[in-house]
Every structure is written in structure tokens, then in C-alpha cells.
Design a protein around this ligand. Structure first.
Ligand code: BG6
Length: 484
């Protein structure tokens, strides 16, 4: 199947850090359909050869399971082209149209890896140049807006030029192998479904911890914050994958209908519940990887008086027969103790004890998203001590390491998503109504914080965030998984 992939923001950070390596991996694995062109678009004055050189030089700094040999890169580079284009100039889009006409590829993917405030302009210009054809697919990177209203505006413009089935809104967490395995675990096995409910599950914790700070994105991040950057999208998508009802089939809309129901059933916020159940923090100076690091307000591009949160912990719930009364905790932040993304499903205590057992509930399913990708099932079993102490139970766990089991060169998130766009598979992309429901849910928190003089709570870089996060969960008689 021939394709043209037009990459707006072709010299930008996302292009060389994530998209080009992902395309290269697909090329190396032989899964990128043959007969494709990748056309980088930017305002820079480059020719094809210079663009290929630029990408080659950047490849030295990116994470790849295996470095490309020069011959391998040359073969990949043969797919790369460059077109200089000023996003506000209609004649430049006409040149793009001419370039695309040379080939008449079966699929044309327009990937907007640009600042989101340019999405509307680019979409309008694409339409004005007649590039919104039935074979066009448009990929939109997050953040799609800054709040519900700006999100709606973007979605309305995009939908006025293309139909929903041509629009691919990326949430790269949905492309992560662990998240796909979560779907597979829940909907490909009969084992979990009967115990995947309030009668058996006591609480669920979602943690996305990063050890890095804001790096070079201070100016962007300072206008965004952790709630918009991580909770509104990635964390809520994980929550949907955990809490959704089994879809009637694996088609995109069947899955997205179920995720939407979850988003619409989340407990709504009041000023009181926000104060009680949502903690915001901001990192101060501390240590990361045994090195001293500066605090957030001293990061380049950040306002020295900034009140932007770099950490959020919250407790919510879902109003449904399956989940009534089960707390869902979400926690995410920058400059935390380590890079670790994990979902912990805590089961209730056994109803009646016939053995000596350590106090508390020990059954727990842990889904690791990163740094490794796997599943652990924590159980109690009779250990060595029972010779001396009689029938005592001890904690043990079953460990399934997907990297070991399936090899570490598995399809990465962006590789998976790019291949899906080219093939027209929408399952792992977010529909506009899901996005709106997510914005509608976080907006009261954003508004409450904007009016609240207290600002975020400080925490030292290299910790698990402000102590208020542990205090919040402790009020429910629980603790974060690393604390107990
Ligand atoms: C992005 C956020 O969407 O996800 C970043 O904008 C964050 O701030 C990143 O660092 C985390 O992604 P991953 O895949 O490294 O966990």
C-alpha cells in the first residue's frame, strides 16, 4: 500500500526524538508498507539531502534498541524528503499539493507535530488547498487545547474539513505494549472478569512517576502543568482501560463508547472534594540520579514565581454498579524518585482466616508499564516457616516479564500508532467526545486552583512528592504501594 506521510514540525523535537526512530524501527522490522514517502515540513531552508543528514545526526541521541548501520540508515533515508513550508502561506500548501499529486499515494497522512495553536490554521489551509480528500488521514498530537472550550474549537475546525474516521488523536500511552496487554488480559481471558468488580477489588492506584524535570520544555510546561499534561489524557485513558465494561467487539467505536461511559461516570468535583481529594505539588531543589538538581522555579523558561503544579495526586470514583464505592487513585509528577509507571489493583482481604496470615490484604495485581513491561500477581502461600510456626502464610508473587517473554525489541508506542494510522485502524486513538468528557472532568479543578491563593505544595526533587499525597490516601486507611 503506497503512502505519503507529511510531517508538519518535521525538524521539531517530537519528530526526531520519537517519530523518526519509530518509523525507522517499523522500516527495520519490515512492517512499514513499501512504497512510502516521509515528507518533513518546516520553515527551514533545507533540501532532501540536508534533511536526511539532519535526521542521521540526531539519531545519535535517540533511544534505539540497536543502532542502525550506515547502510541501513541510507536505505531508510531514501524515504525521507523535505518541503519548506510557511504554515500561514496558502501558496506553500499548493506546492505541497503538487508534490503529493506526483505520486497519487493510496493514503496520505498529515501528522501535525506542531504547537497546538497552529492546528486550526493548518487544517483550514489543508482544506483550502484541496488536500482534505477521502484518502487523507490527520494525526493530532496532544495537547488538543488548553481547556474544554479550546479543545472544542479545534475539534470543530478539524471536523468541518474531515470526517471523524479520518482523525487520529494521539495519546501515546494507548500505544504502550503494557496498555494493550491490559486490554488483552481483561478481554482475552475469562479469569479476571468475575473478580474485576467492587465485590472483590478494594482500590486501584495508577502511578506515572518521572525522574526527569521539565528539561527544555519549561516555557511550554509552565503554561500547562501536570493536570493538563498527564492527568487529563494519559492517566484518564489508563483509568478507562481499567474500568470500562467489556466492549461488544474490538472495533474502534465499540471500545471508545465504553471508555466514554467511564469518563461520564467519574465523580464530579465540588470545591470541598477538590480540597480534600486532590493534592498539587511543585518540585524544589533536590537530587536526581545522585546529582543535585535545581528546583522547578529555577528551570529555564519558568516564571520564578510560578504556581504551576508538577505533581498531582487525586482520589476519584466511578458511579456504576461495577465500581460504586471503589476508590481510584491517580498520582503523577516530575522529578520524583524514579521513572516508574504502574497500575496496582488491590483486592479485598480473604473473608475468613483459617491460617496465620500477616495482617491486611495481600492479593494484588500489578501492571508495570515502565521501565519494564509486565504483570505481577501477589498472593499468600505456605512458606518455609510453616515447619516451625504451623500453618503460616507468607507473601509471594508470580512475575510475568513481557520483555523477557516476547523479546525487548517489541513494537514501541509510536511505532504501533504510526502503523495503525497508515493502516487506518482507529482503536488506539481518542474520539472527540472522550476528549471533551475528560476536559469537562478536570476543568473544575483547574478553575478552583486558579482562584486558590495557596498554590502547590513544595516537594524536594527525588522524593515521592508532597507528604499531603500520602496523607490523602491514609485518610482512607490505605497507602501508596511503595509504602505498604
Ligand atoms: C508526554 C508529556 O505526553 O508524556 C511529557 O507531555 C511526559 O511531559 C511524557 O514526560 C511521558 O511519556 P513517557 O512515555 O515517557 O512516560
Amino acid at each position: 500500500m503506497s503512502f505519503d506521510l507529511v510531517l508538519f514540525g518535521g525538524t521539531g523535537d517530537l519528530a526526531w526524538r520519537k517519530l523518526m526512530p519509530a518509523l525507522f524501527q517499523a522500516f527495520r522490522h519490515g512492517t512499514l508498507p513499501e512504497g512510502g514517502r516521509i515528507i518533513g515540513i518546516a520553515r527551514d531552508d533545507l533540501g532532501d539531502a540536508q534533511y536526511r543528514e539532519l535526521i542521521r545526526s540526531r539519531f545519535d541521541d535517540v533511544e534505539l534498541a540497536k543502532r542502525p548501520t550506515p547502510e541501513e540508515f541510507d536505505r531508510f533515508a531514501g524515504l525521507l524528503h523535505f518541503l519548506r513550508l510557511d504554515l500561514s502561506q496558502p501558496q506553500d500548501y499548493r506546492r505541497l499539493a503538487d508534490m503529493l499529486r506526483e505520486r497519487h499515494a493510496e493514503t496520505v497522512v498529515m501528522y501535525l507535530a506542531t504547537a497546538p495553536d497552529l492546528f486550526t490554521t493548518v487544517c483550514q489551509q489543508i482544506a483550502a488547498a484541496g488536500l482534505n480528500r477521502p484518502n487523507t488521514r490527520l494525526v493530532l498530537e496532544k495537547p488538543l487545547g488548553h481547556d474544554l472550550e479550546s479543545n472544542r474549537e479545534i475539534n470543530e475546525t478539524v471536523r468541518s474539513v474531515l470526517s471523524e474516521r479520518q482523525i487520529f488523536r494521539i495519546d501515546h500511552y494507548l500505544g504502550k505494549p503494557a496498555v494493550q496487554n491490559l486490554f488483552a488480559m481483561r478481554f482475552g481471558n475469562a479469569l479476571f472478569e468475575p473478580v474485576w468488580r467492587r465485590e472483590h477489588i478494594s482500590n486501584i492506584q495508577i502511578t506515572i512517576a518521572e525522574d526527569l524535570g521539565v528539561e527544555k520544555r519549561g516555557a511550554f510546561y509552565d503554561k500547562t502543568g501536570a493536570l493538563r499534561d498527564m492527568v487529563q489524557n494519559h492517566a484518564l485513558q489508563l483509568l478507562c482501560a481499567l474500568a470500562m465494561e467489556p466492549p461488544i467487539n474490538a472495533h474502534a467505536d465499540a471500545i471508545r463508547d465504553e471508555k466514554l461511559k467511564v469518563l461520564r461516570s467519574l465523580h464530579p468535583w465540588t470545591p470541598e472534594t477538590i480540597d480534600q481529594h486532590v493534592v498539587r505539588g511543585q518540585y524544589g531543589a533536590g537530587t536526581a540520579n545522585r546529582q543535585s538538581v535545581r528546583g522547578y522555579r529555577d528551570e529555564p523558561g519558568v516564571d520564578p514565581e510560578s504556581r504551576t503544579e508538577t505533581f498531582v495526586a487525586l482520589r476519584t470514583g466511578i458511579s456504576s454498579w461495577r465500581w460504586a464505592g471503589v476508590p481510584f487513585y491517580i498520582r503523577t509528577g516530575k522529578r520524583l524518585i524514579s521513572r516508574e509507571a504502574q497500575i496496582v489493583v488491590n483486592y479485598r482481604q480473604a473473608p475468613h482466616a483459617i491460617y496465620n496470615a500477616p495482617a491486611g490484604s495481600w492479593n494484588r495485581l500489578v501492571i508495570n508499564l515502565q521501565p519494564r513491561d509486565g504483570l505481577q500477581l501477589h498472593l499468600l502461600a505456605l512458606g518455609q516457616e510453616n515447619r516451625r510456626n504451623g500453618q503460616s502464610l507468607a507473601p509471594v508473587h508470580l512475575d510475568l516479564d513481557f520483555d523477557k517473554r516476547f523479546g525487548s525489541e517489541r513494537v514501541g508506542a509510536y511505532e504501533r500508532l504510526l502503523l495503525d494510522v497508515i493502516a487506518g485502524r482507529l482503536n488506539l486513538f481518542v474520539r472527540s467526545d472522550e476528549q471533551e468528557a475528560a476536559w469537562r472532568w478536570v476543568e473544575p479543578i483547574m478553575e478552583h486552583w486558579a482562584a486558590d491563593e495557596r498554590g502547590p505544595r513544595p516537594y524536594a526533587a527525588g522524593t515521592w512528592g508532597p507528604s499531603a499525597s500520602s496523607a490523602m490516601i491514609a485518610r482512607d486507611g490505605l497507602c501508596w504501594s511503595e509504602e505498604c
